[in-house]
Design a protein around this ligand. Structure first.
Ligand SMILES: [Zn+2]
Length: 95
């Protein structure tokens, strides 16, 4: 059993354990980011997004949501970068 009921977990133990676990999570997140940087994003989708009709038209916004299904990286850019990945599949009008 990982956490026997008769063992008292002190606040100090809990906070030290939490710090250790968060460091492990950070290391794993760093590994995922490093892996995503190595990916060629072969299986990539793009979805056009817009916020229009604002009272102040200068508040309107246009963007692109990208998603690589190989490494699961998701990111957003301006629509002017739509030609960065010509192989990306446009899923804007897919359900
Ligand atoms: Zn990728």
């Amino acid at each position: 059993m990982i956490n026997p009921p008769n063992k008292i977990r002190t606040p100090k133990f809990m906070s030290q354990r939490l710090i250790l676990l968060r460091k492990k999570v950070q290391l794993i997140c760093d590994e995922i980011v490093a892996l995503q940087k190595e990916c060629s994003h072969i299986h990539l989708t793009k979805k056009y997004g817009a916020s229009t009709g604002n009272y102040d038209p200068s508040s309107d916004g246009y963007w692109l949501d990208w998603h690589c299904t190989d490494c699961d990286k998701k990111w957003t850019t301006g629509q002017e970068e739509s030609r960065l990945y010509p192989h990306a599949v446009d899923i804007t009008h897919k359900p």
